[in-house]
Design a protein around this ligand. Structure first.
Ligand SMILES: [Zn+2]
Length: 83
């Protein structure tokens, strides 16, 4: 008999929480904040980081987190697949 010790590492996969970073002044979505730690700029240089806080790369104003972008389960799968 085999012991079922074939647990894949990292089996618990948390969904990534993404927040849109809106600029206070120009209202543009400068980037996406992932898991409250990783910042992904929408465009190269669209998010500035001065050591303490994030600011808009266009006008230099502050960024506020906006809507949460959620990825529901199975969002990658195409529901319109015909059989
Ligand atoms: Zn701005």
């Amino acid at each position: 008999m085999r012991p079922f010790s074939s647990e894949p590492s990292g089996a618990r996969r948390r969904p990534t929480v993404r927040l849109e970073l809106h600029c206070l002044m120009c209202g543009a979505v400068a980037g996406i904040l992932e898991d409250r730690r990783v910042v992904r700029p929408a465009l190269p240089g669209s998010v500035r980081y001065d050591g303490r806080r994030l600011s808009c790369g266009r006008c230099g104003s502050g960024l506020i987190p906006g809507d949460e972008v959620r990825e529901p389960d199975g969002w990658r799968e195409n529901p319109e697949s015909n059989r």
